[in-house]
Design a protein around this ligand. Structure first.
Ligand code: AMP
Length: 321
């Protein structure tokens, strides 16, 4: 039996299903959980299905989340999406569920569910959900189609990431052909942003330090973040806009989150594999898109030095070939 059929069978079996995903939600994680909830309800209207986790106001347009309550654990199935390790799941007490399933596209970190389906080659979790739909009996409604489109577009950075494949395009083509969604209108919600963020982006462009090895970085203190009236998560929203700069191979934004007494680091790469460095500093992610959290700017400097070394090695290896 294919893994999709096996997961479908478990979904069919349980009357109560909770869907969760990683902390600090992003469009792929949120779209995949909200779409999967709707897909299950389309096919099995009598089931109780909940999409849980902490939301974010800027993604409110995607839909409403459910509050996890004590009665949701008993005799129920938990499906964790888009999360490679237990500590990053945006709910506690995973072991209280009767059965657990993980569906993810991150590099494997640990096994923490009874059934796990990991496709590291998939561009996004929404891409896996699309494949799941077309290999089982789920009925795709327009709203779920829109969400899945937004999740794929967002996680592939508009079909530019290395995990974007002909399969991604095939699935998206089929999605558009079969549902006729007005996809061009869906970019507005994903990409419209306040002028304050654009001004911060200008500040980053002006002040980014670029090393001779091709590391671009900036350290944003709480004062600067406040001056631009944004929050510590905002620099992460614009990290992808610094791709395709000739002089830069790897780039990282360090931003101070004073309230939680941490420095968040968001990192992207056009070549070197960065997730091992991120993992060493309370983080992780994909080969070319990672994040980390450190306690001090000194530790951030250590991480930046490691990234700079990666750039140096990568460039010298390229020159040798
Ligand atoms: P971001 O920079 O937040 O867009 O994250 C890029 C990738 O790194 C995503 O796959 C995240 O799930 C992962 N990531 C970001 N921050 C962390 C962290 N603190 N721990 C583990 N993975 C992370």
């Amino acid at each position: 039996m294919s893994i999709f059929k096996e997961i479908y069978k478990e979904i069919k079996k349980y009357d109560k299903i909770v869907i969760a995903r990683h902390q600090r939600v992003d469009p792929d994680a949120l779209a995949s959980e909200l779409a999967l909830k709707q897909l299950i309800l389309n096919t099995f209207p009598n089931k109780k299905v909940y999409a849980v986790g902490v939301g974010a106001s800027k993604f409110r347009y995607m839909g409403q989340l459910d509050k996890l309550t004590d009665d949701m654990y008993k005799n129920s199935l938990l499906i964790v999406l888009d999360t490679p390790d237990k500590k990053r799941v945006d709910i506690d007490d995973l072991d209280k569920f009767e059965k657990t399933i993980k569906i993810d596209h991150h590099p494997f970190v640990e096994k923490f569910c009874d059934i796990e389906y990991i496709d590291e080659d998939a561009s996004s979790t929404c891409e896996i959900i699309l494949e799941f739909i077309y290999n089982t009996k789920f009925n795709l409604d327009i709203r779920s189609a829109e969400l899945l489109f937004q999740g794929v577009v967002s996680d592939t950075n508009r079909f530019t990431t290395i995990n974007t494949s002909s399969k991604t395009f095939d699935l998206i083509k089929r999605l558009i052909d079969e549902t006729n969604i007005d996809f061009s209108s869906l970019y507005d919600n994903l990409y419209a942003r306040p002028l304050s963020e654009i001004r911060l982006e200008g500040y980053i462009a002006q002040n980014l330090i670029v090393t001779e090895n091709g590391l671009g970085y900036i350290k944003l203190t709480d004062d600067v973040i406040r001056e631009f009236s944004v929050d510590s998560a905002s620099p992460g929203n614009m990290i992808n806009n610094f791709n395709y700069i000739n002089e830069i191979l790897v780039w990282a934004f360090v931003s101070e989150d004073k309230k939680n007494n941490i420095k968040r680091i968001t990192i992207r790469s056009r070549g070197p594999k960065i997730n091992d460095v991120a993992s060493k500093h309370n983080g992780g992610g994909h080969e070319r898109a990672s994040g980390a959290r450190v306690e001090t700017f000194e530790e951030a400097d250590i991480l930046l030095k490691e990234l700079d070394d990666l750039c140096k090695t990568y460039r010298s290896e390229k020159n040798e070939n």
